[in-house]
Design a protein around this ligand. Sequence first.
Ligand SMILES: [Zn+2]
Ligand SMILES: [Zn+2]
Length: 271
Amino acid sequence: MPRLVDTHCHLDPQYFPGGVDEPLARARAAGLSGFVVIGVGSDLAPARHAAAVARALPGEVRAVAGIHPHDVVTLDAAAEAELDAIVRADEVAAVGEIGLDYHYDHSPRDVQKATFARLIGLARAVKKPIVVHTRSAAEDTLAILEAEGARDVGGVIHCFSEDRAFAERALDLGFYLSFSGIVTFKTAKSVHDVAAWAPADRILVETDSPYLAPVPLRGKPCEPAYLVHTARRVAELRGITLDELADVTTKNASRAFGATFGAGGDDGRTA
Ligand SMILES: [Zn+2]
Ligand SMILES: [Zn+2]
Protein backbone atom coordinates (compact mmCIF):
# COMPACT_ATOMS: atom_id res chain seq x y z
CA MET A 1 0.00 0.00 0.00
CA PRO A 2 1.42 3.43 -0.93
CA ARG A 3 1.90 5.96 1.87
CA LEU A 4 0.83 9.17 0.23
CA VAL A 5 0.33 12.68 1.58
CA ASP A 6 -2.45 14.86 0.21
CA THR A 7 -0.65 18.22 0.36
CA HIS A 8 -3.74 20.32 -0.42
CA CYS A 9 -7.29 19.48 0.60
CA HIS A 10 -10.27 21.57 1.70
CA LEU A 11 -12.30 19.73 4.34
CA ASP A 12 -14.67 22.49 5.49
CA PRO A 13 -18.14 21.53 6.78
CA GLN A 14 -19.72 23.09 3.68
CA TYR A 15 -18.02 20.35 1.60
CA PHE A 16 -18.14 17.54 4.19
CA PRO A 17 -21.27 18.19 6.29
CA GLY A 18 -20.74 14.92 8.17
CA GLY A 19 -17.32 16.02 9.38
CA VAL A 20 -13.79 14.98 8.47
CA ASP A 21 -13.72 11.53 10.13
CA GLU A 22 -15.26 9.57 7.27
CA PRO A 23 -13.30 11.14 4.39
CA LEU A 24 -10.08 10.75 6.38
CA ALA A 25 -10.90 7.09 7.14
CA ARG A 26 -11.55 6.39 3.46
CA ALA A 27 -8.25 8.10 2.61
CA ARG A 28 -6.29 6.03 5.15
CA ALA A 29 -7.87 2.90 3.67
CA ALA A 30 -6.64 4.04 0.24
CA GLY A 31 -3.07 4.40 1.54
CA LEU A 32 -2.80 8.02 2.69
CA SER A 33 -0.75 8.76 5.78
CA GLY A 34 -0.79 12.55 5.86
CA PHE A 35 -2.94 15.55 5.01
CA VAL A 36 -2.35 19.25 4.59
CA VAL A 37 -5.70 20.90 5.24
CA ILE A 38 -6.21 24.33 3.70
CA GLY A 39 -8.38 26.87 5.48
CA VAL A 40 -9.54 29.72 3.25
CA GLY A 41 -12.88 31.38 2.63
CA SER A 42 -14.77 34.64 2.76
CA ASP A 43 -14.08 34.78 6.51
CA LEU A 44 -11.63 33.06 8.85
CA ALA A 45 -13.94 30.18 9.87
CA PRO A 46 -12.18 27.78 7.45
CA ALA A 47 -8.76 28.83 8.81
CA ARG A 48 -9.92 28.12 12.38
CA HIS A 49 -11.41 24.80 11.24
CA ALA A 50 -8.22 23.67 9.48
CA ALA A 51 -6.16 24.54 12.57
CA ALA A 52 -8.59 22.60 14.80
CA VAL A 53 -8.37 19.49 12.59
CA ALA A 54 -4.56 19.68 12.70
CA ARG A 55 -4.55 20.11 16.49
CA ALA A 56 -6.78 17.06 16.89
CA LEU A 57 -4.62 14.85 14.65
CA PRO A 58 -0.99 15.84 15.25
CA GLY A 59 1.51 13.86 13.21
CA GLU A 60 -1.08 13.18 10.54
CA VAL A 61 -2.53 16.61 9.68
CA ARG A 62 -0.93 20.01 9.19
CA ALA A 63 -2.95 23.15 8.58
CA VAL A 64 -2.44 26.03 6.17
CA ALA A 65 -4.31 29.29 6.71
CA GLY A 66 -4.71 32.33 4.51
CA ILE A 67 -6.96 34.33 2.24
CA HIS A 68 -7.68 33.02 -1.24
CA PRO A 69 -7.23 35.61 -4.02
CA HIS A 70 -10.97 35.26 -4.72
CA ASP A 71 -11.77 36.62 -1.26
CA VAL A 72 -9.17 39.33 -0.67
CA VAL A 73 -11.81 42.09 -0.86
CA THR A 74 -13.31 40.67 2.35
CA LEU A 75 -10.08 41.00 4.33
CA ASP A 76 -10.32 43.93 6.75
CA ALA A 77 -7.83 45.00 9.40
CA ALA A 78 -9.49 42.95 12.14
CA ALA A 79 -9.48 39.78 10.03
CA GLU A 80 -5.87 40.36 9.05
CA ALA A 81 -4.90 40.68 12.72
CA GLU A 82 -6.67 37.42 13.52
CA LEU A 83 -5.01 35.69 10.57
CA ASP A 84 -1.66 36.84 11.93
CA ALA A 85 -2.45 35.10 15.24
CA ILE A 86 -3.74 31.92 13.56
CA VAL A 87 -0.66 31.40 11.38
CA ARG A 88 1.66 31.68 14.38
CA ALA A 89 0.15 28.53 15.94
CA ASP A 90 2.36 25.42 15.87
CA GLU A 91 -0.19 23.31 13.99
CA VAL A 92 -0.28 25.83 11.13
CA ALA A 93 2.58 24.94 8.80
CA ALA A 94 2.23 27.63 6.14
CA VAL A 95 0.42 30.76 4.98
CA GLY A 96 -1.96 30.02 2.12
CA GLU A 97 -3.43 29.60 -0.16
CA ILE A 98 -2.53 33.07 -1.33
CA GLY A 99 -1.81 34.37 -4.82
CA LEU A 100 -3.51 35.69 -7.92
CA ASP A 101 -6.49 34.48 -9.92
CA TYR A 102 -7.14 36.47 -13.10
CA HIS A 103 -9.34 33.71 -14.55
CA TYR A 104 -12.29 34.47 -12.28
CA ASP A 105 -11.29 37.99 -11.14
CA HIS A 106 -13.59 37.69 -8.10
CA SER A 107 -11.53 40.44 -6.45
CA PRO A 108 -9.96 43.43 -8.26
CA ARG A 109 -6.46 42.69 -9.53
CA ASP A 110 -4.81 45.60 -7.71
CA VAL A 111 -6.26 44.34 -4.40
CA GLN A 112 -5.13 40.78 -5.23
CA LYS A 113 -1.58 41.95 -5.93
CA ALA A 114 -1.29 44.17 -2.85
CA THR A 115 -2.71 41.48 -0.55
CA PHE A 116 -0.49 38.78 -2.02
CA ALA A 117 2.58 40.96 -1.39
CA ARG A 118 1.47 41.77 2.17
CA LEU A 119 0.80 38.12 3.04
CA ILE A 120 4.22 37.08 1.73
CA GLY A 121 5.45 39.65 4.25
CA LEU A 122 3.38 37.95 6.97
CA ALA A 123 4.94 34.58 6.07
CA ARG A 124 8.40 36.11 6.26
CA ALA A 125 7.56 37.64 9.64
CA VAL A 126 6.41 34.30 11.09
CA LYS A 127 9.13 32.37 9.19
CA LYS A 128 6.73 29.94 7.53
CA PRO A 129 6.44 28.91 3.88
CA ILE A 130 3.59 29.92 1.58
CA VAL A 131 1.14 27.92 -0.54
CA VAL A 132 0.55 29.74 -3.80
CA HIS A 133 -2.58 29.71 -5.97
CA THR A 134 -2.02 31.14 -9.45
CA ARG A 135 -4.37 31.09 -12.41
CA SER A 136 -4.03 33.07 -15.64
CA ALA A 137 -1.57 35.31 -13.79
CA ALA A 138 1.81 33.64 -14.31
CA GLU A 139 3.97 36.69 -14.92
CA ASP A 140 2.55 38.80 -12.08
CA THR A 141 2.74 35.84 -9.69
CA LEU A 142 6.43 35.24 -10.39
CA ALA A 143 7.24 38.96 -10.31
CA ILE A 144 5.63 39.36 -6.87
CA LEU A 145 7.26 36.20 -5.49
CA GLU A 146 10.63 37.49 -6.67
CA ALA A 147 10.13 41.10 -5.52
CA GLU A 148 8.76 40.24 -2.07
CA GLY A 149 11.53 37.85 -1.08
CA ALA A 150 9.44 34.68 -1.18
CA ARG A 151 12.70 32.80 -1.64
CA ASP A 152 13.42 33.40 2.08
CA VAL A 153 10.47 31.22 3.12
CA GLY A 154 9.86 29.02 0.06
CA GLY A 155 6.69 27.04 -0.29
CA VAL A 156 4.50 25.28 -2.80
CA ILE A 157 2.99 26.15 -6.18
CA HIS A 158 -0.24 24.25 -5.64
CA CYS A 159 -2.31 22.63 -8.39
CA PHE A 160 0.52 23.17 -10.85
CA SER A 161 -0.98 24.07 -14.22
CA GLU A 162 1.72 26.20 -15.84
CA ASP A 163 4.62 25.29 -18.15
CA ARG A 164 8.30 24.44 -17.82
CA ALA A 165 9.45 28.08 -18.01
CA PHE A 166 7.24 28.93 -15.02
CA ALA A 167 8.43 25.81 -13.19
CA GLU A 168 12.08 26.75 -13.67
CA ARG A 169 11.57 30.18 -12.09
CA ALA A 170 9.56 28.70 -9.21
CA LEU A 171 12.24 26.06 -8.60
CA ASP A 172 14.88 28.81 -8.61
CA LEU A 173 12.94 30.44 -5.76
CA GLY A 174 13.12 27.16 -3.83
CA PHE A 175 9.48 26.18 -4.36
CA TYR A 176 7.92 22.73 -4.59
CA LEU A 177 5.52 21.90 -7.44
CA SER A 178 2.32 20.13 -6.40
CA PHE A 179 0.37 18.12 -8.97
CA SER A 180 -3.41 17.73 -8.76
CA GLY A 181 -6.01 15.79 -10.76
CA ILE A 182 -5.19 18.05 -13.72
CA VAL A 183 -2.21 15.79 -14.45
CA THR A 184 -4.66 12.96 -15.22
CA PHE A 185 -6.39 15.01 -17.93
CA LYS A 186 -5.39 14.03 -21.47
CA THR A 187 -5.15 17.62 -22.69
CA ALA A 188 -2.79 18.90 -19.96
CA LYS A 189 0.36 18.43 -22.05
CA SER A 190 2.55 21.06 -20.40
CA VAL A 191 1.64 19.72 -16.95
CA HIS A 192 2.58 16.18 -18.10
CA ASP A 193 5.89 17.55 -19.33
CA VAL A 194 6.71 19.25 -16.01
CA ALA A 195 5.53 16.26 -13.94
CA ALA A 196 7.89 14.01 -15.90
CA TRP A 197 10.83 16.40 -15.78
CA ALA A 198 10.75 18.18 -12.39
CA PRO A 199 13.49 17.32 -9.85
CA ALA A 200 12.46 14.37 -7.66
CA ASP A 201 13.10 16.31 -4.46
CA ARG A 202 10.63 19.07 -5.42
CA ILE A 203 7.43 17.27 -6.39
CA LEU A 204 4.25 16.83 -4.35
CA VAL A 205 0.77 15.48 -5.03
CA GLU A 206 -2.60 16.83 -3.90
CA THR A 207 -6.31 16.45 -4.52
CA ASP A 208 -7.48 20.08 -4.02
CA SER A 209 -10.56 18.31 -2.69
CA PRO A 210 -13.50 18.97 -3.19
CA TYR A 211 -12.43 20.24 -6.63
CA LEU A 212 -10.71 18.63 -9.60
CA ALA A 213 -11.42 14.95 -9.14
CA PRO A 214 -8.90 12.95 -11.20
CA VAL A 215 -9.71 10.65 -14.09
CA PRO A 216 -11.54 8.19 -13.84
CA LEU A 217 -13.61 10.02 -11.21
CA ARG A 218 -13.71 13.35 -13.01
CA GLY A 219 -16.84 15.38 -12.27
CA LYS A 220 -17.49 13.77 -8.88
CA PRO A 221 -16.92 15.73 -5.68
CA CYS A 222 -13.26 15.05 -4.94
CA GLU A 223 -11.93 13.74 -1.63
CA PRO A 224 -8.44 12.83 -0.36
CA ALA A 225 -8.88 9.09 -1.06
CA TYR A 226 -8.82 9.90 -4.78
CA LEU A 227 -5.17 10.99 -4.56
CA VAL A 228 -3.96 7.55 -5.58
CA HIS A 229 -5.17 8.13 -9.18
CA THR A 230 -3.19 11.36 -9.45
CA ALA A 231 -0.11 9.78 -7.86
CA ARG A 232 -0.27 6.79 -10.19
CA ARG A 233 -0.34 9.09 -13.24
CA VAL A 234 2.67 11.11 -11.99
CA ALA A 235 4.58 7.86 -11.34
CA GLU A 236 3.74 6.62 -14.85
CA LEU A 237 4.95 9.91 -16.40
CA ARG A 238 8.23 9.61 -14.47
CA GLY A 239 8.71 5.90 -15.23
CA ILE A 240 8.75 4.85 -11.59
CA THR A 241 6.44 2.74 -9.42
CA LEU A 242 3.61 4.15 -7.33
CA ASP A 243 5.49 3.08 -4.17
CA GLU A 244 8.62 4.94 -5.28
CA LEU A 245 6.55 8.04 -6.07
CA ALA A 246 4.81 7.80 -2.67
CA ASP A 247 8.14 7.47 -0.89
CA VAL A 248 9.70 10.53 -2.51
CA THR A 249 6.62 12.78 -2.34
CA THR A 250 5.95 11.89 1.30
CA LYS A 251 9.54 12.82 2.22
CA ASN A 252 9.14 16.06 0.28
CA ALA A 253 5.82 16.84 2.00
CA SER A 254 7.39 16.32 5.42
CA ARG A 255 10.23 18.71 4.51
CA ALA A 256 7.90 21.29 2.94
CA PHE A 257 5.44 21.38 5.85
CA GLY A 258 7.75 20.70 8.82
CA ALA A 259 6.09 17.36 9.52
CA THR A 260 6.96 13.68 9.94
CA PHE A 261 4.26 12.27 7.68
CA GLY A 262 4.18 8.49 7.39
CA ALA A 263 6.36 7.98 10.46
CA GLY A 264 3.82 7.18 13.14
CA GLY A 265 1.23 5.02 11.40
CA ASP A 266 0.88 1.27 11.53
CA ASP A 267 2.29 -0.02 8.26
CA GLY A 268 1.42 -3.63 8.98
CA ARG A 269 4.90 -4.66 10.15
CA THR A 270 5.55 -5.43 13.79
CA ALA A 271 9.31 -4.95 13.88
ZN1 LIG B 1 -6.09 27.01 -5.37
ZN1 LIG C 1 -7.20 25.09 -2.66
